[in-house]
Design a protein around this ligand. Sequence first.
Ligand SMILES: *[C@@H]1O[C@H](CO)[C@@H](O)[C@H](O)[C@H]1NC(C)=O
Ligand SMILES: *[C@@H]1O[C@H](CO)[C@@H](O)[C@H](O)[C@H]1NC(C)=O
Ligand SMILES: *[C@@H]1O[C@H](CO)[C@@H](O)[C@H](O)[C@H]1NC(C)=O
Ligand SMILES: *[C@@H]1O[C@H](CO)[C@@H](O)[C@H](O)[C@H]1NC(C)=O
Ligand SMILES: *[C@@H]1O[C@H](CO)[C@@H](O)[C@H](O)[C@H]1NC(C)=O
Ligand SMILES: *[C@@H]1O[C@H](CO)[C@@H](O)[C@H](O)[C@H]1NC(C)=O
Ligand SMILES: *[C@@H]1O[C@H](CO)[C@@H](O)[C@H](O)[C@H]1NC(C)=O
Ligand SMILES: *[C@@H]1O[C@H](CO)[C@@H](O)[C@H](O)[C@H]1NC(C)=O
Length: 801
Amino acid sequence: MASSCALLFCLAILCCSFLNSAAAGITTGPIHTNGNNYTHVCDKDRFASLGLNIDTFAYCDRTLPFPDRVADLIDRMTLAEKIAQLGDQALGAPRIGLPNYNWWSEALHGVSWVGHATYFGDIVPGATSFPMVILSAASFNQSLWKTLGQVVSTEARAMYNVGHAGLTFWSPNVNVVRDPRWGRILETPGEDPFTVGVYAAAYVRGLQDVEGQEGGSGVDPNARPLKVSSCCKHYAAYDLDNWIEEDRFHFDARVTEQDMAETFLRPFEMCVRDGDVSSVMCSYNRVNGIPACADPRLLNMTVRGEWDLHGYIVSDCDSLETMADGHHWLNDTKEDTVAQALNAGLDLDCGIYYPNYTGSAMEQGKVRERSIDMALKNLYTVLMRLNFFDGSEVYKSLGVKDICTPANLELATDAARQGIVLLKNEGNTLPLTSNKKKKFVITGPHGNATNVMIGNYEGIPCGYVSPLEAFSKEVQVDFHHGCWDVPCGDGGLIQQSVNAAKTADATIIFAGIDLGVEVEGKDRTDLLLPGLQTQLINQVAEAAKHPVVLVIMSAGGIDISFAKENPKIGAILWAGYPGEQGGQAIADIIFGRYNPGGRLPLTWYNGDYVDKLPMSSMKLRPVDELGFPGRTYKFFNGSTVFPFGFGLSYSTFSYNVTSSAHWIDVKIRPGKNCPPLHYADGVDAPGCPSIEVNTLPCADNLVLDVEVANTGAVDGSHVVLVYTKPPAGVLDAPLKQLVAFERVFVPAGKKAVARVKLNVCKAFGIVERTAETVLPEGQNTVVVGDGDGSVSLDFKVNLKY
Ligand SMILES: *[C@@H]1O[C@H](CO)[C@@H](O)[C@H](O)[C@H]1NC(C)=O
Ligand SMILES: *[C@@H]1O[C@H](CO)[C@@H](O)[C@H](O)[C@H]1NC(C)=O
Ligand SMILES: *[C@@H]1O[C@H](CO)[C@@H](O)[C@H](O)[C@H]1NC(C)=O
Ligand SMILES: *[C@@H]1O[C@H](CO)[C@@H](O)[C@H](O)[C@H]1NC(C)=O
Ligand SMILES: *[C@@H]1O[C@H](CO)[C@@H](O)[C@H](O)[C@H]1NC(C)=O
Ligand SMILES: *[C@@H]1O[C@H](CO)[C@@H](O)[C@H](O)[C@H]1NC(C)=O
Ligand SMILES: *[C@@H]1O[C@H](CO)[C@@H](O)[C@H](O)[C@H]1NC(C)=O
Ligand SMILES: *[C@@H]1O[C@H](CO)[C@@H](O)[C@H](O)[C@H]1NC(C)=O
């Protein structure tokens, strides 16, 4: 969102000085217009107070189906009234009983103050602030993701009921992390498009679904009730904010169709098809020359047509201004911009261009009234489904008592515990046994972290448990900042920490980065710890006699090879940005009350990775001529600090995998042309190299029973990651691709079975250069787990005429 960017970073960054001039009409402070005295539109008394008889308004007649009610509402509006509803701060039409509505609320990891509809204060001082998404994602626990959505939407509905929030939340952010420098990694579920898509569907279902009315056959998806409305953003190929000379308001992402289908669109498709999300937001950037919010192919044809969105498409905030003033697309006038966006299928403008210029665009003959009606229909159908008009029976009892409850705070703590990743644990340094007599040194810029832990798109939290506070509750703590702040430009405090560590029973160093380094509007230029943090860590570790634990707070990976290799640092934890209860979760893990099971949702590259390719090159695959090394675990084959999926436990696990089949025969229609694949030199291409999955019924499943044995002495949760690999010699394909994952709890010395059902087309399909998904002939491989303990199984695909 640009306006949030303006709120948060206005003084600091280029994007916002651009926006200030571009969007002079936008108010950027919280506007408390949601303090309405009604909880639903179709209230007899409210109508009466406007001098209207509600019985004469069919749109308020609950006995009619939504399409009829929506049609009645739109029919009653004058053209000017219609146009006044097309911006996020929709003005309403008092003449016909329609109140104003602020569309913009956010709930990325808890209800946020960002947007125009939500505010904190008086009776709602705060809401539960869960970990940033990158950490919750690391749990690889789908039911956690859905539960988070359910609890966030309960707090959101409660806030709506007391006039403190809207009903339409523009979350989650499901852009794939293509490059480790991206400033918005914290908001996302990481680098794997499949994981991001699964997260999207689970979180969206948690936010939106009304229990018992989740949809299914026989249910009209445009009438299915919504708890709150969710929105998958930013569509599409958006993952560069501000890097050297490129910024998102001018950037043209040059993307191949193959990368589009395989990586950039996939989470959005899963969000729409599997999550049945009720909104998609288009992004600021251009995609192959065309601004995303003006591309009929991306919007109307793909999201609405091919994927069958049941909901509305909204622009990123002020992205229509950006289109004209930033991209200068086709030398646009404001009216052309509005016309192009409306005709592409953009229903709602987060901004003021639609309300201001749709009228003149019509006068110039560039917009049909029918396009406006279609947009309004999409918008009001969602508000009908939210019970904006009728009031919600199911949720009417929710109120202040349902926000910041002990159960919600416990979920925030548990989400952080489930996500935290144990990166190193030499000689079982961890867990430490809690002992009140022991003296701990806590040091480092994040030792007393509070607001750092809740990242961005945050709300006002219910409170904080900082690491310092959590540890002080159970051991004697000697706290030394070590560095005053994250940039750590001044080494003046290091010696105090060094001296303290010399006599401590245990030393815990809290290092990392924060929103000053990685955030919306700001990409990183290196992957290192800032300033003198490395020096602090090394000097403290050198001086300390006793266990030294390093805790890193960050979203993107950091090259901490020095600490990984330093024998004086016994253990390393990655804690993401762990939310308001973060300190408690870290203490629970360090003292062994919780056995860590999180896995890195993205690759931690070596520091020199960023010198090898510009952030503005969108390609995922290596580009040999340019020396580009490839991106993400799927295409980067070099060494890393920690690979995707990495994460240790206090216990050890082993697998025994049984498979329901080892081959499949696929019958091909005689005469059918088989799409060619590219093979390495010396590999003979089979007669029929591959088949497009969209020509197959795709009903076959491969069932894996993965028996997970906990061979250690500690109970724990273990994440089973299942990858596939295409036949050897097939070029241009991923090295491997994640196709399923399951988090299972296994008591010490016991076994648990994760049953994984793989659809053959989805699990073994690869996206070819033509952007077609094909099933490759030959010996495919299923790999369960990573590294030493992994188990490989062959799965032969026989394509037969
Ligand atoms: C939109 O219209 C209002 C009222 O006429 C004006 O103040 C504002 O500057 C306009 N905004 C833009 C971005 O054109
Ligand atoms: C709501 O009611 C209060 C008191 O009854 C009144 O002061 C306030 O102006 C009303 N707000 C709106 C938006 O009508
Ligand atoms: C997954 O998350 C749910 C919801 O928080 C939790 O109850 C469950 O224990 C977690 N599963 C594992 C295996 O950790
Ligand atoms: C395009 O816009 C620029 C100013 O932004 C103007 O100088 C130029 O004449 C315009 N070109 C056309 C073809 O309208
Ligand atoms: C979107 O495409 C459909 C056909 O697929 C068409 O009927 C509709 O008018 C299009 N909408 C817009 C806004 O262009
Ligand atoms: C830790 O942070 C809290 C909240 O910002 C502050 O009140 C407290 O003084 C800090 N403690 C130390 C030792 O710096
Ligand atoms: C890694 O990829 C590069 C570039 O495609 C290739 O030259 C190299 O052989 C690959 N290395 C391995 C170990 O596969
Ligand atoms: C693996 O599972 C199979 C089938 O259940 C069983 O026969 C075999 O003994 C198991 N192997 C191990 C090492 O547990």
